[in-house]
Design a protein around this ligand. Structure first.
Ligand code: GCW
Length: 665
């Protein structure tokens, strides 16, 4: 029977390495679990299932293991030197001992042990100590009440609102397992373009039913809120955050939620952004809006996550600068329960962006990072783009706010400014498709996000290797060629899609190339706003002679990017308007370099197809075929992108395609 991808990286396939198997069998006499807690219980069940499949052995779970040896012991241990959710795995007294201060830590340690076994790694000298670097590690679902998913490409929503709360789809639990196995501890169930309906009692009990499942896996449930709900749902005449009645409404609302969901995680808010209501509708600031909600959470553990994704419909403004301009002046004004959630880049999840200049510039406000796992600008579920390099590129960027070494990662993990509430969020790519993510390789992006939210120091390559081994194949050669494909996939995509720092050549559904698009309902919703092609050249001047967005960065960062001759090519057109005939560091002119990227990018998709084919025979046939076919789509569309750009830019550059490249069709 074929593998339909449902089991993700938790396949628990039989261990085939005989000596490793023999070693593992020495520790499968029992699973010892002295705790009555439901999260540890989930860990024990997971071990039982895992060992049964990995080793073909039924293992019993016991509460009284006394001096028994030859088992796996799950132990709560208050003196553990790891953080609350951290864990130790060690060989001790003839057992494998997974210990933590918390139940969640035990669950994470258990999954780490199972991962180790799935990878058939030796157990002798096993000694792991691990703690999460970030406290709130969460998925954001852009799922709507009607079951659609905004920017979702893997079917419809996982949440079946019309059946809840009575019907509990078993898939909720598998979703929770998959997330917990990566260390994800929070999920926002609904779209940030939020329906007020989620604040109704009818929906709160539905949400509570999902939260009951999540809780057993250490995952807290959150909701996105519609800021104008007091008016639209509560019947008040205003939603002004300084109005006492509005404040009372939210307090009651939060209390009502906690009655049903005692461990409710909190709210995520998109306010005064892309038409959503917010405090500015009443002349109030983002801080005043956020603090009102924070006040409602005072009696509880929950938090308020306030998004910084804002920009104005002003044709003369530079959208790049908007979030910084609105939020930096508010630094120090937010309630301690508020985290401001910042997209990795200043614009909007482009295939490549410089890091957002907000990072580092709000030292008194915890800043979380928001990555987009779903491939809105990365070819939907048809193109293979491994995203770990995108996430890492942002996290590794140096903001220089406290001198060299002030990476975005250190802002986000709190070590730079001493935030204790730290957050990494990923916009989910999951849906009702049997394999969760549509494109089989997109599972790796969910996996990579989760692993990095636990430990941002893991490398893209290490994560790709791990995921490939767990999910696709244990054949060394096949794995090598897949990992190489994955690691190069992002640069290839950028080359045929938005090379040299171009951005947003598409509008509307974000599917097709439309660099010529110059009319939209807003001036900043056109493609030409972003790439600025004209007869002299291409690119957005963000130096002092242009929008001067560069001034939002520290001088050392400005130095990297303010001189067009020295700006690394991947960022060139983000910051400079470059003449078509300008010679670049490659020895080619801008026009020649663009053509080279578009053509080699599109050609490289054939290379990807070859890489994939090398793994044929070492993979499940169904998955092999699904990816092979998607790569065919990708190849066709890469050529489409190439030709659209080249033909369009040619009308400005008025030059032919360099020798050696066939003319566009
Ligand atoms: O990228 C844009 C998307 C919108 C999204 C918005 C946001 C949820 O095109 O679909 O809305 O970003 O992040 O709020």
């Amino acid at each position: 029977d074929g593998d339909d991808g449902y089991r993700l990286w938790l396949k628990y396939e039989p261990v085939i390495n005989a000596s490793v198997k023999a070693e593992y069998l020495r520790f499968t006499a029992f699973v010892g679990n002295a705790s009555k807690g439901e999260i540890v219980k989930s860990a024990a069940v997971e071990l039982k299932t895992g060992l049964k499949n990995l080793l073909g052995k039924s293992v019993s779970v016991t509460n009284s293991f006394g001096n028994k040896t030859g088992g796996i012991v799950l132990r709560l241990d208050a003196s553990n030197d790891q953080q609350d959710e951290g864990y130790h795995i060690a060989l001790a007294g003839g057992n494998i001992v997974v210990s933590s201060k918390s139940e969640s830590g035990i669950l994470y340690g258990t999954f780490a042990l199972l991962r180790h076994m799935q990878m058939q790694l030796p157990i002798e000298n096993l000694k792991v100590a691990s703690s999460p670097k970030v406290r709130y590690r969460m998925l954001n679902h852009w799922d709507n009440v009607d079951g659609t998913v905004e920017r979702g490409y893997a079917g419809s929503s996982l949440w079946k609102w019309y059946e809840l709360p009575e019907v509990i789809d078993p898939r909720y639990q598998d979703y929770a397992r998959a997330n917990a196995s990566l260390g994800i501890n929070g999920t926002v169930l609904n779209n940030v373009n939020a329906s007020a309906r989620f604040m109704s009692q009818e929906y709160i009990v539905k949400v509570a039913a999902i939260a009951d499942v999540m809780r057993k896996y250490g995952i807290k449930t959150y909701l996105s809120v519609y800021f104008a709900a007091p008016k639209t749902l509560g019947g008040l005449s205003t939603s002004d955050p300084l109005d006492p009645q509005v404040r009372a409404w939210w307090k009651e609302k939060v209390a009502q939620i906690y009655k049903e969901i005692p461990d409710f995680g909190g709210f995520l808010v998109k306010a005064n952004s892309e038409g959503e209501p917010g405090p500015q509708d009443y002349g109030r600031t983002h801080a005043e809006g956020a603090n009102m909600l924070a006040e409602a959470f005072k009696p509880y553990e929950g938090i308020v996550i306030w998004r910084a994704f804002v920009y104005k419909a002003d044709p003369r403004a530079d959208r790049f600068k908007a979030a910084y301009e609105e939020f930096v002046p508010l630094d120090g004004k937010f309630d301690p329960k508020v985290i401001v959630q910042v997209k990795n880049g200043p614009i909007d999840f482009q295939p490549r962006e410089p890091f957002s200049p907000l990072f580092g510039n709000m030292p008194k406000t915890p800043l979380g990072v928001e990555f987009q796992i779903t491939q809105e600008y990365l070819g939907f579920a048809a193109h293979a783009v491994y995203e770990a390099p995108i996430f890492k590129e942002c996290l590794n960027s140096d903001t220089y706010v406290n001198g060299q070494g002030s990476s975005v990662a250190r802002v986000v993990d709190g070590s730079l400014h001493g935030y204790s509430r730290t957050l990494m969020a990923g916009v989910a790519n999951t849906g009702s498709d049997r394999n969760w993510t549509g494109h089989p390789l997109a599972q790796a992006n969910w996996y990579a996000f989760g692993r990095l939210s636990w430990d941002h120091e893991l490398s893209s390559e290490q994560i790709a290797r791990e995921w490939t081994a767990l999910t696709l194949t244990r054949n060394q050669k096949a794995a090598e060629s897949i990992v190489l494909l994955m690691l190069r996939s992002r640069e290839i995509y950028v080359d045929y899609n938005t090379p040299l720092g171009l951005s947003r050549p598409w509008m509307g559904v974000h599917f097709a190339p439309e660099p010529w698009q110059n009319k939209g309902s807003r001036p900043d919703w056109t493609a030409v706003y972003y790439h600025r092609a004209d007869s002299s050249g291409l690119g957005f001047d963000r130096t002092a002679s242009g929008s001067n967005a560069l001034a939002q960065y520290q001088p050392q960062v400005q130095k990297q990017w303010n001189n067009p001759d020295k700006t690394p090519l991947p960022y060139l057109l983000w910051f400079h308007h470059v003449r078509w005939d300008e010679k670049l560091s490659t020895g080619r002119t801008l026009w020649e370099e663009l053509c080279t990227r578009f053509y080699t990018g599109a050609d490289s998709v054939s290379w990807m197809r070859q890489q994939w084919d090398m793994a044929k025979g070492s993979l499940d046939e169904q998955i092999y075929a699904s990816v092979a076919q998607r790569l065919e789509v990708q190849h066709r569309e890469a050529i489409w992108w190439r030709d659209a750009w080249v033909l369009y830019l040619q009308t400005f550059a008025r030059q032919t395609v360099p020798a050696g490249f066939e003319p566009p069709r």
